[in-house]
Ligand binder design. Structure first.
Ligand code: HEC
Length: 308
């Protein structure tokens, strides 16, 4: 996928031009004396942006964060790597307190958050969850000098920031998502960020509304509806709604276990019940009537592909 490749090459080009070697973590005493000098190390100039309801409040470098937050070594089972993994990381409570210092009123744990990665992965997360304890912004893979193990089905570079969780109870990706290449942490209501994914004509409590809740919780991080949401998977409503070109039975089977169709980047959803799948299909069907496509070709663009 182009965006991933671009982000990856960007990350790589940044890391080769990077900064003086960072201090070795105390956890690896003298581990790599011969390699150290030649290795690109942590990119202290990598940035993360903090946004409040659509407005950028500040962008901080890793160096600025590390001046104020004490790093920790975090080890836990990592569901993407499929094994225990060790990182150098900053506790998210401290990172948010600095990122939103003087800007956000009231306790951050009551606010809705959205985490955005460079490759388009966009995951809404309640402040209560984000701040439950155990969430960390990892800035280095602590198992190597100056490089990360590639991650995910496309073997991406997780740099500069990979969001991880410390506790053994926090290894389910549905409840405790782990965005890599994390670029933006935003405080915003779901409806403000993804207004056109809401099935406005469906009654509260209807199957379409229930399906929407499932979609918001488990799918929007990778899929857009009306061009709003993640870009890892295909857009599911415009120009054609998924139910307009795929049979319903195939959609249901695909959602439950895509790997029986093709090897791709969509995870299986074996925990979804038949009723959950009915609700998702009701949601998609409802969205056929609520198409909104800011990028639809206009009449004035009609000749854009003509030969000169
Ligand atoms: C981690 C990202 C990710 C998540 C989460 C995810 N998908 Fe997907 N989805 C993909 C990708 C990538 C594809 C493209 C094909 C592939 O790689 O399997 C896809 C394909 C699909 C397709 C087939 C589209 C087509 O035209 O072939 C449907 C339908 C779908 N997803 C629905 C869902 C629903 C519903 C959910 C939530 C329950 C969901 N996906 C969650 C990444 C994801």
């Amino acid at each position: 996928m182009n965006t991933r490749l671009t982000a990856l090459s960007l990350a790589l080009s940044i890391s080769v031009t990077a900064c003086p070697p960072a201090r070795r973590p105390p956890s690896e005493p003298g581990a790599t004396t011969t390699l150290d000098a030649a290795q690109p190390t942590i990119d202290e100039r990598a940035t993360i942006e903090f946004r409040l309801e659509g407005r950028s409040v500040r962008t901080l470098t890793l160096r600025a964060l590390r001046e104020r937050v004490i790093e920790e070594t975090v080890t836990n089972f990592d569901p993407y790597y499929g094994r225990d993994k060790r990182f150098r990381a900053l506790p998210i409570e401290r990172v948010l307190a600095i990122g939103f210092e003087g800007e956000a009123t009231g306790p951050l744990a009551t606010r809705p958050f959205v985490l955005r990665a460079r490759d388009g992965y966009t995951v809404p997360l309640a402040g209560e969850r984000l701040l439950e304890g155990g969430g960390y912004l990892a800035f280095a893979d602590d198992e190597h000098v100056g490089r990360w193990d590639p991650i995910g089905p496309r073997r991406s570079d997780p740099a500069p920031f990979y969001f991880v969780w410390k506790h053994p109870s926090q290894v389910n990706l549905e409840t405790h998502p782990r965005p890599w290449q994390l670029a933006v942490i935003e405080i915003a209501r779901y409806e403000a960020i993804f207004p056109h994914t809401v099935p406005t004509r469906a009654a509260e409590g209807s199957p379409a509304r229930r399906g929407f809740a499932t979609f918001a919780r488990e799918c929007v991080r990778c899929h857009a509806i009306n061009r709003e949401g993640g870009r890892i998977g295909p857009e599911l409503n415009v120009p054609q709604n998924i139910t307009e070109y795929r049979p319903v039975e195939q959609i249901r089977a695909y959602i439950r276990n895509p790997l029986t169709f093709r090897y791709g980047a969509m995870p299986a959803h074996l925990h979804l019940t038949d009723a959950d799948l009915d609700d998702l299909v009701a949601y998609f069907t409802a969205m056929r009537e609520e198409k909104f496509d800011p990028d639809a070709p206009r009449a004035s663009d009609a000749g854009y592909a003509r030969d000169p």
